[in-house]
Design a protein around this ligand. Structure first.
Ligand SMILES: [Zn+2]
Length: 174
């Protein structure tokens, strides 16, 4: 968010690390705040500090971005990795207790999946996606098309970069 003073005028952005004035520019940004390391926000506004080189992103439409990521994961052509299961559980607003009881698995098993300490079977992977598109906020419209893509999911669990366009809320797998 750009800071504004009482009159609604934009005030200079200060670096979140050193407090000096930062310069506005546009660029790509790895959206690690999402809890995932592989989501790239394309061409967003960033404030770059010349002194410590850090970049503070202006992340627009946070809730909608999280929905598009959940959608991308539900339709991902490879088996899910641990961080993605954790992302989807949090998107559903569920604790590990609740999510494991919905999936019919042991809480310790879910916990191991999320930490990549245990392989997620193909059926569990699909069940996680089916629950996500059924209960996840704003995902019902894609439920049918997502389930129809299940037969094409590669068994190999692979983390693929997701490039997200924040203007039109579309995504591509890089
Ligand atoms: Zn700085």
């Amino acid at each position: 968010m750009t800071a504004r003073d009482k009159k609604g005028e934009k005030v200079p952005h200060h670096c979140s690390q050193c407090g000096r004035d930062a310069t506005k520019k546009r660029g790509n940004y790895w959206f690690r705040e999402s809890g995932l390391n592989n989501v790239l926000l394309k061409d967003i506004e960033l404030f770059q500090c010349e002194y410590c080189r850090c970049e503070d992103p202006v992340i627009p439409r946070m809730n909608e971005l999280m929905r598009v990521i959940a959608m991308a994961l539900a339709e991902k052509p490879y088996a899910l990795v641990g961080e993605e299961v954790r992302f989807l559980r949090k998107y559903l607003g569920m604790s590990q207790d609740t999510f494991s009881s919905v999936l019919g698995c042991d809480k310790t098993v879910l916990s191991k999946w999320e930490r990549n300490q245990q392989t997620i079977g193909a059926k569990s992977d699909r069940l996680i996606r089916a629950v996500t598109v059924s209960l996840g906020t704003g995902l019902k419209p894609i439920a049918e098309q997502s389930v129809r893509k299940f037969s094409r999911i590669d068994r190999e669990a692979r983390s693929v970069p997701i490039e997200l366009n924040t203007e039109d809320l579309t995504y591509t797998y890089a």
